[in-house]
Write a protein that binds this ligand. Structure first.
Ligand SMILES: [Zn+2]
Ligand SMILES: [Zn+2]
Length: 346
């Protein structure tokens, strides 16, 4: 057995991270994250006593496999489950180092979700993982009220969330990392944004996305998207076609719109076209990505993470941006935070 001194919480978190990154079933991941949350408040003595007495599985949320991980880590040995995850799941996400150069230039991520909407983890877990990935900033962009299936945030809940973001940043003061205030705001059928101007004003970065009526007639969809892009609050046009190419939710064709008109509006209004890195989205498709490049748009490469491990998907978007020949300076998340924030304020 190899020595291990990072402790049981780190072991459980790392296993969960690697499973999420490898797109394993969330129920498996939840077991490890739940176990980490259970033991986090316990003192080393209490934990040791549970290990010695064999009572770890009496604790809420700790099953047999989590208990084994905890016992090994407490005993200073690399847990078998962790060694297996490192061996099987920790390898590069792209072939031949594609996207690595650009990935090393990204300073943060403009699109992520917590368990306040449809993400799987608390805000602070997303922030800690972003720090571990070397980000300078992460924009928290939970959904807006109209997206009820995703528990979109009302103005009141968003107000409370902003206080939590402030508290997280206070806690992380001196780390060099900032959790930025954001939203993934729905583009309503008429192109209006699904949050009050007052709330949108309070945010650092706003991603606007279409989530409903994706099969709308192309002329109407173009009008809808162009109106949203012209809204002075909009900073990023999220996953512009809405397509799904693979994954548990099945496939969905891209929505139809005049892409040239939409991207020209993005370029004119200084709205970034998102390169959504989620493997099931790969949005925009290559032809549209090239069209946006030729229209002079800026881009943001976003993980759209709904779980901490998915924050590592950025390299997938980087590989696509590199293949399309997008210059790094046109990608807003290669910019330092101050430049990003002043751009987002318009
Ligand atoms: Zn979305
Ligand atoms: Zn999203």
């Amino acid at each position: 057995m190899n020595a291990y001194d990072a402790g049981p919480v780190a072991a459980l978190r790392r296993i969960a991270f690697l499973l999420e990154r490898a797109r394993e079933d969330t129920y498996k991941v939840k077991a490890f994250r739940g176990a980490a949350a259970t033991i986090l408040p316990l003192s080393p003595d209490e934990l040791e006593r549970h290990v010695v007495e064999g009572t770890l599985t009496d604790l809420p949320g700790i099953g047999a496999s989590s208990a084994k991980v905890v016992a090994a880590a407490v005993g200073g040995e690399v847990p078998e489950r962790l060694a297996k995850a490192e061996r099987d799941l920790a390898g590069p996400l792209t072939d031949g180092g594609a996207g690595d150069d650009l990935r090393s230039r990204l300073r943060g991520d403009l699109h992520s979700h917590s368990d306040w909407s449809d993400g799987g983890s608390p805000i602070e877990e997303m922030a800690f993982t972003a720090i571990e990935l070397g980000h300078d900033y992460l924009v928290l962009t939970d959904h807006s009220p109209r997206l009820r299936v995703a528990h979109g945030l009302s103005a009141e809940r968003l107000t409370r969330q902003l206080d939590v973001v402030d508290a997280v940043n206070t806690h992380l003061a001196g780390s060099g990392f900032t959790l930025l205030k954001g939203i993934e705001v729905d583009i309503l059928d008429d192109g209006a944004l699904d949050q009050t101007d007052e709330m949108l004003d309070r945010l650092d970065v706003r991603v606007a996305s279409v989530h409903s009526k994706l099969a709308m007639d192309a002329r109407e969809m173009t009008r809808r998207m162009v109106r949203a892009v012209r809204n002075p609050h909009t900073n990023v046009l999220g996953h512009c076609t809405g397509r799904l190419v693979t994954g548990g939710r099945g496939v969905r064709p891209q929505s139809q719109f005049d892409a040239r008109a939409v991207f020209e509006a993005c370029a004119k209004n200084d709205v970034a076209v998102e390169i959504n890195a989620r493997p099931e989205r790969r949005d925009p498709p290559t032809r549209l990505l090239e069209l946006a490049r030729d229209a002079g748009c800026v881009f943001s490469i976003d993980s759209d993470a709904h779980a901490p491990g998915q924050l590592d998907f950025l390299v997938l978007g980087c590989a696509r941006a590199e293949a399309a020949g997008v210059e790094p300076d046109r990608i807003v998340n290669t910019w330092p935070q101050e430049r990003l924030l002043s751009w987002a304020r318009k």
